[in-house]
Design a protein around this ligand. Structure first.
Ligand code: ADP
Ligand code: MG
Length: 338
């Protein structure tokens, strides 16, 4: 008799959750990505005890139709891609169809959603099992509440840090989302108190000010350039406002926040001698391109990507940063103050 068994869905979802859901901040990242993919213009986040007790994300997006509500919790079930062609041209933040299955397998989750043109749905899922379904009247949009995260995975629960640390990770996640989507209005409440908001008027500099403060916003230089395949835009900090670590470099590729040491290096090369030794710049760099030129299917957290025309990208980043800083130093002293 063979010894290999096909694991039941409940177990494989928990295994996937181990990768996708590390802490409350990762739940928030996935829920915000879903709200953005659903064309939301307003997203409200309500947290209790840094999300350890409860995380609620409310949006005014497309909503989920009654027929799809249960399917949304199946593993590898998605409305965002249908074939291999789409997988290599991903235009949305999500595409793996794993987040809701994973999150609901390690928490007690309530979904309330409506597409606006028919009765809404309420679905309760505990530890991956559907516990209840009801009609729900609600205006267009989706509300997902995640309570008691990791209640059924004690080892993961134990690994969570203090409220302070978890809130730090959450803030970082929301900041990244807000920087990548200045056209979306974000509001975040912690234990009933508003801790963050953005106006959602598309003005990236205002989001930068909201996150880093007025002094930094006033010392950012606008960048804009394009090559054959890449459009780059955003803001780079003047050399006077450097930082002691590279956490202040935000890279956004087609609206997705990513990590990429090679692009960081292109930025540093662009700053060249403008940067004091051991100091790092504040940068928000938006890179837009044909989705075909970037592979986002590298890691479950979707923060690593591979570019197919790297050299062209690194050159345009480096040259644009260099030229922007150089132009700035050529402006006469009196005009600089403006
Ligand atoms: P993915 O985002 O990779 O498709 P998820 O598990 O995150 O997978 O979500 C499954 C599906 O549920 C999505 O494809 C989408 O159709 C639907 N969905 C999830 N969240 C929302 C939301 N806030 N608004 C509208 N639809 C949503
Ligand atoms: Mg998703």
């Amino acid at each position: 008799m063979g010894q290999i068994v096909q694991l039941p869905d409940e177990l494989s979802n928990k295994i996937a959750a181990g990768e996708v859901v590390e802490r409350p901040a990762s739940v928030i990242k996935e829920l915000l990505e879903n709200s953005i993919d659903a064309h939301s213009q307003w997203i409200k986040i309500e947290l209790e005890e840094a999300g350890l007790r409860s995380i609620k994300v409310i949006d005014d997006g497309d909503g989920i139709s009654p027929d799809d509500c249960e399917k949304a919790f199946f593993r590898h079930a998605t409305s965002k891609i249908i074939d291999e062609f789409d997988l290599f041209r991903v235009k949305t933040l999500g595409f793996r169809g794993e987040a809701l299955a994973s999150i609901s397998s390690v928490s007690q989750l309530t979904l309330r959603t409506s597409t606006g043109d028919q009765a809404g749905t309420e679905l309760v899922v505990h530890g991956g099992e559907i516990k209840g379904r009801d009609k729900h009247t609600k205006r267009k949009g989706t509300e997902i509440t995640v309570e008691h995260l990791f209640y059924n995975t004690p080892a993961r629960l134990k690994y969570l840090k203090t409220i302070h640390t978890e809130l730090g990770h959450i803030t970082e996640t929301i900041n990244k989302m807000a920087l990548s989507h200045p056209d979306v209005r974000f509001e975040c409440y912690h234990n009933g108190k508003r801790i963050f908001y953005t106006p959602g008027n598309g003005n990236l500099l205002q989001v930068i000010q909201q996150i880093y403060g007025k002094k930094i916003a006033q010392n950012m230089l606008k960048i804009e350039n394009n090559s054959l395949d890449y459009n780059i835009s955003g803001y780079i900090g003047k050399p006077e406002i450097t930082r002691s670590n590279r956490n202040f470099i935000s890279l956004i590729v087609n609206g997705r926040f990513i990590k990429n040491p090679a692009i960081n290096k292109a930025i540093f090369d662009g700053y060249h001698t403008f940067l004091p030794i051991g100091r790092y710049p504040i940068v928000v760099l938006q890179i837009d391109m044909d989705p075909y030129l970037v592979d986002v299917n590298v890691h479950p957290a979707k923060t690593e990507v591979r570019f197919s025309k790297e050299k062209e990208l690194f050159d345009i980043v480096k040259n644009t940063v260099y030229q922007t800083l150089h132009r700035q130093t050529l402006i006469p002293q009196g005009a600089k103050k403006e």
